[in-house]
Write a new protein. Structure first.
Lengths: 429, 429
């Protein structure tokens, strides 16, 4: 056994409590596996007097980051405060001092990964962030190490638990969006302002991180095309079911000859696809590599203990690397610069739902408009005819996004078309 | 970039070809990630003149292991010949010389893990074996590192592709065992002598490896209770479906206060369980940890490229560790000695199918026999009555295996009972 490795936690919120509990409760096993005890020596909190629902030695609590930074015995900083400020300043300061940094902060990694990695590399420290994507599901290290011999071709992930819970409820209960949003808020799965989740921004940050690792090229949040789930209706869900699909909010990243596709949007996936059965708050990440073929990683995407599990494992690796004097042994893997493919050049199938006048010739005029832009239709269903109005559901063959959008501009100008109610990409066939 | 790391392959069969292809085709990316080119310097084969369906530099081929062993430039030995002899001798010799060993040989690790790890530890070499369990699915490193902060509570795995293919065909087509065995053989999924797969021995070896890592205590193949799928009939599959279950050959390992449960047998799992949707030759391993909760790892369990992917990733890690002078940084994790729980003390639900005389009082006498051994019944279905004979399907509540076996001895002695046709454990509720 080596002498203890000392750690400081920045933050004692949900994830911080999880990390504290795991490092305390499983201390003996953790020490065996690392080869040294891990000691939480300091915990940075804003208010040392607040009740945290946790038995914690109050003498560890401090409001002073510089005391942590200046303590040469503290080798690992665990940033679990979230947000960008002051988390980023603290993280950079820690790395510049050569302290290894473990974080679950997806916003910080997605926005400032480049400068954080530069700081880590300069001082030879570890920068580990398994907890930043998909909570307890091991995915960063599998991509960086276990699947490292592959050229990764595709990632498709359910990486936001809130929206997956909502879409699952809508699918199983036929409920509508606002109803399930209230249920998600009542259960604590959605925040009071749920927009980061339901508009897909949370998923986009995680996808930027995953895509950067998978394709060895820095992808930032601004590269990601994002569409949320707020336009998905009970009717879309029902039609998807009739067509043998389920609707999921997916993060999709793919390497193509025209660049990297990187996008978050509601997606119809076949019921037989492994992602289709991933329900409620569970997350799953489907990865296709040139050698390994199809793999999937499934588990809880958030929460005190699952995310704490990922952070604690990173702390163990950082400690082991320090004991063996090799922090930074697996560093940044963005050694290439690949272009991002413009959305218009995407090729996909599309589901479309239109409100039209119920009169002869309407379908022909719509089909003509699609044909004009070289969008060919795989299926057309006429629904809910009441003699005056009708609803039409179309599924296209594989076409260019730009052609589809051009066709939609033509279609919406047709006098018989009252509304293009929804357009959802279809993947995984 | 460091100077190249030299590797020798022992064997150029299915997995060896995969490793060769991956290290050759993805050489540039692999060099970037490791920090040095990886060079295959020698390949040990029995017959250097055999055609291998592979473009390979014939000057690399050799029949002489000692030339590899004595070559100080060869730092990593990749054992992909399979079997115990001479693989074990070669592996031990390589480790004793301080060469890192990567292997996909589940038989060798399951039977001789202890001595191999002792040799690795003595010389400070790496012993890596991700490819030995579930082909391309990352599971060894996730258990050893990503989930290392957890106390693992349970592993349930579909870890044999042949039997999963067969059970999937039986479920989807209503086919019987011998029919699907022929299909599996025709497709090359089952060997001419399929007994290691269908009798559960292949799965048992993999489970011994997984359980050893999960519970930090050496589990050998002899500790594993094994039952294969040859007694599963189309009728059992159909009744399972009626009861909302599917039948899978599972490897199950669980830590309990009475010791470690470790067993391979056909198992009924609820259709809603994540493992129920894992079909054909796919493998999946469901892991429950005290912190992370439920996770699952899914992918192809065998084959040239999937297993090659796992082996090549291990080679990359071994090379990185050599460059940083830390081979063996993550060593053997069996630092405890835990007892294995005897099968009689298992608690489970059971599905039973009996052939009985179709006359009044039979069910009562059977129920009485079960009650006498404290086995309570959750459901009883009478099937296929023809006036003379009837088939009865029972599902028990959770009971001790010993009580169930004692009850079955009573039941089979009843004059009205012609046969106990099957007994299948029910898990995952």
């Amino acid at each position: 056994m080596h002498s203890p490795v000392k750690i400081a936690l920045l933050g004692l919120g949900t994830v911080g409590r999880g990390v504290y509990r795991i490092l305390t409760d499983n201390a003996e096993n953790i020490a065996h596996k690392v080869g040294a005890p891990l000691i939480i020596a300091r915990i940075l909190v804003r208010d040392p007097h607040k009740d945290r629902g946790l038995e914690v030695d109050r003498s560890l609590l401090t409001g002073d980051f510089s005391a942590i930074l200046e303590d040469p015995d503290i080798a690992i900083i665990v940033e679990v405060m979230g947000g960008i400020h002051p988390a980023l300043d603290y993280a950079l300061a820690a790395l510049e001092r050569g302290k290894s940094l473990v974080t679950a902060n997806k916003d910080m990694i997605a926005l400032h990964g480049r400068e954080l990695f530069a700081a880590a590399e300069a001082s030879g420290a570890d920068l580990l962030f398994e907890g930043s994507v998909a909570g307890g599901i091991p995915i960063i290290r599998p991509l960086k190490q276990c699947l490292a011999a592959n050229r990764i071709q595709e990632i498709m992930g359910i990486i936001n638990g809130t929206t997956n819970f909502m879409l699952t409820r809508m699918t199983l209960e036929g409920a509508d969006f606002h109803q399930v949003l209230q249920e998600a808020q009542a259960r604590g799965y959605a925040e009071a302002d749920p927009s980061a989740d339901i508009e897909g921004l949370d998923a986009a940050r995680k996808l930027a991180i995953l895509a950067s690792i998978a394709f060895n090229s820095r992808i930032t949040i601004n590269d990601v095309y994002v569409e949320g789930i707020s336009r998905i209706t009970a009717r879309d869900i029902a039609y998807a079911g009739e067509l043998n699909y389920v609707i999921k909010l997916l993060g999709i990243a793919r390497e193509t000859p025209e660049g990297i596709e990187v996008r978050v949007h509601p997606t119809m996936v076949p019921k037989s696809h492994p992602l289709a059965a991933v329900n409620d708050v569970f997350n799953a990440i489907f990865v296709r590599g040139d050698a390994v073929g199809e793999t999937m990683f499934y588990g809880r995407g958030a929460g005190e203990m699952p995310t704490g599990s990922a952070v604690a494992a990173d702390v163990m690796d950082a400690a082991r690397n320090i004991l063996h004097k090799v922090p930074g042994i697996v560093g940044c893997t963005c050694y290439e610069q690949k272009p991002v493919k413009p959305m218009g050049r995407l090729e996909s199938m599309y589901y479309l739902r239109l409100q039209v006048a119920d009169r002869p010739g309407v379908l022909a005029s719509i089909a003509y408009a699609f044909g004009d832009k070289e969008v060919s239709l795989a299926s057309v269903l006429q629904k809910h005819t009441d003699g005056e109005k009708a609803e039409i559901v179309l599924v296209t063959h594989r076409v260019r996004e730009q052609n589809l959008q051009d066709a939609l501009r033509l279609v919406e100008r047709l006098s018989a078309v009252n509304e293009i109610s929804n357009c959802i990409r279809v993947e995984g066939n």
